[in-house]
Write a protein that binds this ligand. Structure first.
Ligand code: BGC
Length: 385
């Protein structure tokens, strides 16, 4: 643990107004999380809601390092993969294999084919950090940034506002991008992400959050018994490098049919070319149509042993379901070795490679526009059947 000098900066106790001080309080605390190899000091924010749910977030990469939510008996356990120490996140070994545990992703979540796109008659070249493609903003993406952070409390909700200016041309992307992302832990056990950005030049933007969940408790077995529902009757099939072909394909009769809750393990090893390309699930699903400025149901994940249920809602048109296929035991976090399929990600997003796919919803942000999206992960439980 690098957190040797825990400093209480803020203890924003909900006032004694609710029940003479006996009621649990919402709270935000800041502690030191260490210093990056470049010499920047990094903080860890511990958010607690009145039910005792806690989320730890560092301003290094906007990474969620832990999230403790109750099971059906009220036992709190950590349901995200991550590390106790900043040194692991900044190590060369981690950065070169980058699984993006818990990280804020930008400028462009997911892949751009061969790191190239054209816009307004110009061709732009990005880093091909996931050969032959560009992935998650490159090796100096938003997951590597030390964000400015402002903790806040509004009633029973607590959170952190993260802000960052990505300089004009950074990583090959046009325009200066001013980004603000707010993480909020609410009293009804939801974690909300509000993403905002403006630009000085037309540029692709696709921000997301890359937490890996295991509702059994951190890294405790695989996610194959988790029952998944995705509110999508189509997905975007990919080529062997995981770039969408452009087709929106029906999930009907395929291992991609999660329209009804289905154990992830049922189809993950199916004899299917798309499953083979992903090494399991690593695909974008086309969410059922609804106006894009309202939250739509994206997915539900249920873990039958503990009763934990996670419901994902978003304004985004897509969600990447990644079943942790590339985890291979190389990393140990919080006492657990993270082996294949021990965590799953549900990354709300615009579709992969949209800058090269004229028929996909556009990801181009223009100087007179504001990028504004919202995603909420809500935690609850169900009784045993
Ligand atoms: C991608 C995977 C990738 C993982 C970690 C996911 O969003 O779809 O292919 O391995 O991120 O980088």
């Amino acid at each position: 643990m690098l957190r040797t000098t825990a400093v209480l900066l803020m203890a924003l106790m909900l006032c004694a107004c609710a029940g003479g001080g006996d009621a649990p309080s919402a709270d935000v605390e800041r502690s030191d999380f260490g210093v990056t190899p470049a010499g920047d000091s990094v903080d860890l924010y511990t958010l607690t809601n009145p039910n005792g749910v806690t989320m730890e977030v560092t301003n290094y990469g906007g990474v969620i390092t832990s999230l403790r939510v109750p099971d059906r008996n009220g036992n709190l356990e950590d349901v995200v993969l991550g590390f106790d120490s900043l040194a692991t996140y900044t190590s060369d070994a981690y950065r070169s294999a980058n699984p993006y545990f818990g990280a804020l992703i930008g400028r462009y979540g997911n892949r751009i084919a061969e790191g190239e796109f054209s816009l307004n008659g110009e061709t732009y070249t990005l880093e091909t950090n996931n050969a032959p493609n560009h992935l998650h903003g490159g090796t100096e993406g938003f997951d590597q940034v030390v964000w400015d952070a402002e903790p806040f409390q509004k009633g029973d909700s607590v959170g952190v506002v993260l802000s960052h200016t990505s300089p004009d041309g950074h990583g090959g992307y046009p325009g200066r991008l001013d980004v603000e992302v707010t993480y909020t832990l609410t009293p009804d056990n939801a974690v909300a992400f509000d993403y905002h950005a403006t630009t000085t030049e037309a540029t692709p933007v696709n921000l997301t959050q890359h937490s890996y969940f295991n509702l059994d408790g951190d890294g405790d077995g695989t996610i194959l018994d988790h029952e998944l529902m995705i509110n999508a009757d189509r997905f975007t099939p990919v080529d062997s490098t995981l770039i969408p072909t452009g087709e929106l394909r029906s999930v009907e009769g395929t291992p991609f049919d999660f329209t009804e809750p289905t154990p992830i393990g049922d189809g993950i090893d199916a004899d299917n070319q798309q499953i083979a390309y992903g090494g399991g699930y690593d695909h974008n699903f086309v969410l059922a149509d609804q106006p894009s400025d309202t939250l739509r149901l994206a997915a539900r994940v249920y873990e039958p042993d503990t009763g934990r249920l996670m419901t994902v809602r978003t304004t985004e048109p897509g969600v990447q379901f990644y079943s942790g296929n590339f985890l291979d035991g190389s990393f140990t976090g919080k006492g657990e070795v993270y082996d294949q399929r021990e965590g799953l990600a549900l990354e709300t997003q615009h579709f992969p490679d949209s800058p090269n796919q004229p028929d996909f919803p556009s990801t181009i942000l223009r100087p007179d526009e504001e990028y504004s999206t919202r995603t909420v992960y809500q935690f609850s439980t169900r009784d045993a059947q």
